[in-house]
Design a protein around this ligand. Structure first.
Ligand SMILES: Cc1ncc(COP(=O)(O)O)c(C=O)c1O
Length: 388
C-alpha cells in the first residue's frame, strides 16, 4: 500500500521502514535463502554471518559488553519475556512488577503466580510516577524486578538505573522490557544496570515482524524453556550448554533477522540521540496541538522523559469510532482500545472506554503532526456541533 496516509501507530509496529530494511529482506530471500546453522554449505554459512552481524549490531546499540552470543534472537518481545520469566522463576520465588506492564509481562507473571511464584504489583499513577518507597518495600526477598523502560499507553519512561540500583541492593535481578524504547530512546545496559533486556524487532528497531530478542548478562544462568534442534550437538538429548544455541531451538527467521540488521544499522548510522530528539520534539508538538482542542482530554502527561506516545479521548465520540473516522475520512492511522495494557488504562481512568493512541516514529514529519491535529479538531468540532 502506498496511499497517502499519516501513520501514527509506531508503538504497535513501525509499518514504515527505511528502504534498506526491505532491500535486506529481499536480498536475503533472493541471494541467501538458507537457514543459519543448519548446514556447512556457503549459503548456510552466509546466513550465519548475517545472524552474527545482527547480534553484534544489537550489542553496539545497547552498549552490551562481552560476548554478542548472549544476545539471543526470538520471535518478538513476548517470547523473549516469557523465556526470561519462565527460565528464571521457580515456585517460592518473589517477582516484583508494575501496573505499567504490557500483557506480555502481566500474563506470564500471572501464570507463574498460579504455579507458586509470589508476584507483587507496584501501583502507577496518571503522571507515570512510581513510589520508590513501595518498590524498596516490595523488593525485600525478591528474585526479580521486571519493568518496562517505556510504557505503551502513557508513554512514561521509568527510572531504570535508579530502580536497578535498589533491586541489586536487595539481591534481585532486573529484567527490562524495552519493547517501547529500543530504537526510540537510548538504551545502555551498563549505565542502566540491566541484567536481562527483552526487545522487539518490529517497532523502534525497524525490522520485520517475527524478530526480537533477549540479552542475558554474563554470569546469569538462564535455563531453556523450549527445546528442540539447534543445528549442533545433535547426538545429545539435552539443549546445548552454551548461548545462544541454548535458548534458540528451531530454525531461525533468517529474512527477518537480515531486515532487523538493516534497521539497527540504520539507527546506528543516524545515532540514537538524534532519533530520540526528533521523536521527542514531534511528541511535544503533537501534545500541545491536541491540548488546545476543546473536547479533547489528554491522558498522557506533558513534560520531559516521555516516549513518543500521546493518548487522548474526545468527548462524545467512542475511541474506536474516532479511530475509524480518522482513518476513513483523513487517512490518519492510530490505534484505539486498551493497547494490551488494561492496568495502564485503569490508571488513566480509561479502563471502560479505552482511548486513542497516537505514536510517533522515525519517519514522522511536522506536516503530519499538523494534519493529525487538524483531523482531531474536525472530529471534536463536528461532534460538538452535532450535539449542540
Ligand atoms: C511494552 C510492551 N511490551 C511488550 C510488547 C510485546 O511486543 P511483541 O509484539 O514484540 O511481542 C509490546 C507490544 O506492544 C509492548 O508495548
Amino acid at each position: 500500500m502506498t496511499d497517502d496516509v499519516v501513520y501514527l501507530d509506531y508503538a504497535a509496529t513501525s509499518a514504515l521502514r527505511p528502504e534498506a530494511v526491505t532491500e535486506a529482506v529481499v536480498r536475503y530471500l533472493r541471494d541467501v535463502g538458507a537457514t543459519p546453522g543448519r548446514a556447512g554449505h556457503r549459503r548456510a554459512v552466509e546466513a550465519g554471518r548475517i545472524v552474527l552481524r545482527c547480534r553484534r549490531a544489537l550489542a553496539a546499540l545497547f552498549n552490551i559488553p562481552g560476548d554478542p552470543g548472549r544476545v539471543t534472537l526470538h520471535l518478538n518481545a513476548t517470547h523473549a519475556l516469557n523465556a526470561a520469566l519462565f527460565g528464571l522463576l521457580r515456585p517460592g520465588d518473589r517477582v516484583v512488577r508494575t501496573e505499567y506492564d504490557h500483557n506480555a509481562v502481566r500474563r506470564p507473571v500471572l501464570a507463574l503466580s498460579q504455579r507458586g511464584v509470589q508476584a507483587v504489583v507496584i501501583e502507577g499513577d496518571a503522571h507515570g510516577g512510581i513510589s520508590m518507597f513501595e518498590v524498596e518495600h516490595a523488593l525485600k526477598g525478591a528474585r526479580l524486578l521486571v519493568i518496562p523502560h517505556a510504557n505503551n499507553v502513557i508513554g512514561n519512561v521509568l527510572p531504570v538505573a535508579d530502580l536497578a540500583e535498589r533491586a541489586h541492593a536487595a539481591g534481585a535481578l532486573v529484567l527490562v522490557d524495552a519493547a517501547q524504547s529500543a530504537g526510540h530512546l537510548p538504551v545502555d545496559v551498563q549505565r542502566m544496570g540491566i541484567d536481562l533486556l527483552a526487545f522487539t524487532g518490529h517497532k523502534g528497531l525497524l525490522g520485520p515482524q517475527g524478530t526480537g530478542g533477549l540479552w542475558i548478562r554474563e554470569g546469569i544462568e538462564l535455563p531453556p524453556t523450549y527445546f528442540g534442534g539447534t543445528g549442533g550437538d545433535s547426538d545429545s538429548p539435552d539443549m546445548p550448554a552454551l548461548l545462544p544455541d541454548r535458548l534458540e531451538a528451531g530454525s531461525m527467521n533468517g529474512p527477518g533477522i537480515a531486515g532487523l540488521l538493516a534497521g539497527v544499522e540504520w539507527l546506528l548510522e543516524r545515532g540514537m540521540d538524534a532519533v530520540a530528539r526528533h521523536e521527542y520534539g514531534l511528541r511535544t508538538r503533537l501534545w500541545n496541538a491536541l491540548d488546545e482542542i476543546p473536547g479533547v482530554r489528554m491522558h498522557s502527561p506533558a513534560g520531559l522523559d516521555l516516549a513518543g506516545i500521546v493518548t487522548i479521548t474526545i468527548d462524545g465520540i467512542d475511541s474506536s469510532e474516532a479511530a475509524l473516522r480518522l482513518d476513513r475520512e483523513f487517512g490518519v492511522l492510530v490505534r484505539a482500545g486498551q493497547h494490551c495494557a488494561p492496568e495502564s488504562h485503569e490508571i488513566l481512568g480509561t479502563g471502560a472506554t479505552g482511548a486513542l493512541r497516537f505514536s510517533i516514529g522515525w519517519a514522522t514529519t511536522d506536516a503530519e503532526i499538523g494534519r493529525a491535529a487538524a483531523a482531531v479538531r474536525h472530529l471534536a468540532e463536528t461532534k460538538a456541533g452535532a450535539r449542540g
